[in-house]
Design a protein around this ligand. Structure first.
Ligand code: 8YV
Length: 321
């Protein structure tokens, strides 16, 4: 390769991030931030050495097969990599990286927002006031459920899960979690390990999902496991919509088995699920877990750090394939 590596940045990123990308690479941007079709994505990748995509671009096996030999790196602007076929990338010798750590605080904040929004009927109350329908008050008006002192269950006690645990401790919540193996004591900070998802689910007043979407976890929150949640429990999902059987969730929210849900992610994105949106006891956000000014810059820089490493002949710190 002669000159600066050519880099495709698929979506509009923070000005600071684009400035650095433009300084260090022969960068191609998407100033209109139009979502590329699959064909446009493949075409745009033909004359680049690396691509910096978001989870809005799918690199399935067919897309990866259509990438040019010169493309060495898919440097994702996301911690989740379920939009990339890692096996296919590996087989073609294409390096794949993600952006862990830098979004843990922001995503944990959104998990807490979802928990509180669900527990204290945040969306319902907001709509009532906003739409001019707040015409009464009584001690039995808009009564929610308190999280203080309750059990906060974490499915997937990784980076985000641990920050969410720390925040939930601030509400005096007892922390429970399931990972395949228990964490070392200093990392667990007194959190109670469950050896199966079922055991965790049955012990969670608030169940918060923090695991990636993999073949093992897709649909993990199904009707049978929802039935194990204590009556009146709350489900929080800031990880991936694919973890949840949304029809089963709607049924449990309708029949009162669950008090509420707080959801930042959905099986269909963008858009969400109209059946969930029709329910009052759901607090909804449009996949904004990492959407803070600070975190967007940090994610972009982290992706660029990985690109810098590869083209400097070093191993990228966040290599996942
Ligand atoms: C991002 C995410 O908003 O990092 C992830 O896996 O889902 C979100 O934090 C998104 O992927 C940005 O590209």
């Amino acid at each position: 390769m002669t000159g600066r590596p050519r880099l495709l940045v698929t979506r509009r990123l923070s000005p600071e991030v684009e400035a650095r990308a433009g300084r260090d690479y022969d960068a191609v941007f998407n100033p209109a931030d139009r979502v590329l079709t699959r064909e446009e994505l493949v075409a745009a990748c033909q004359d680049v050495d690396a691509v910096l995509p978001c989870h809005s671009e799918r690199f399935d096996a067919d897309v990866i097969a259509a990438l040019p030999d010169r493309l060495r790196l898919i440097a994702n602007h996301s911690v989740g990599v379920d939009h990339v076929d890692l096996v296919a990338a590996r087989a073609r010798g294409i390096v794949v990286t993600n952006t862990p750590d830098v979004l843990s605080d922001a995503t944990a904040e959104i998990a807490i927002l979802c928990m509180l929004g669900a527990a204290r009927r945040g969306a319902e109350g907001d709509r009532l006031v906003r739409e001019g329908r707040w015409t009464t008050w009584s001690p039995s008006f808009m009564v929610g459920t308190q999280v203080t002192g309750k059990r906060f269950g974490i499915l997937g006690m990784g980076r985000v899960g641990r920050v969410a645990a720390a925040r939930a401790r601030g509400f005096g919540m007892e922390i429970h979690y399931h990972n395949r193996r228990p964490l070392p004591q200093d990392a667990a900070q007194g959190a109670i390990w469950h050896d199966t998802p079922e055991s965790l689910i049955a012990a969670s007043d608030v169940l918060s999902l923090h695991c990636p979407a993999t073949p093992e976890t897709v649909g993990i929150i199904n009707a049978a496991r929802i039935a194990l949640m204590p009556r009146g429990a709350i489900l929080v999902n800031t990880a991936r919509g694919a973890l949840v059987d949304e029809d089963a969730l709607v049924a449990a929210l309708q029949d009162g088995h669950l008090f509420a849900a707080g959801l930042d992610v959905f099986r269909t994105e963008p858009g969400g699920n109209p059946a969930l949106a029709a329910l009052d006891n759901v607090f909804l956000l449009p996949h904004v877990g990492s959407a803070t000014f600070e975190t967007r810059i940090a994610m972009g820089y982290r992706a660029l750090d990985n690109i810098d490493a590869l083209f400097a002949g070093r191993e990228p710190a966040d290599r996942v394939a």
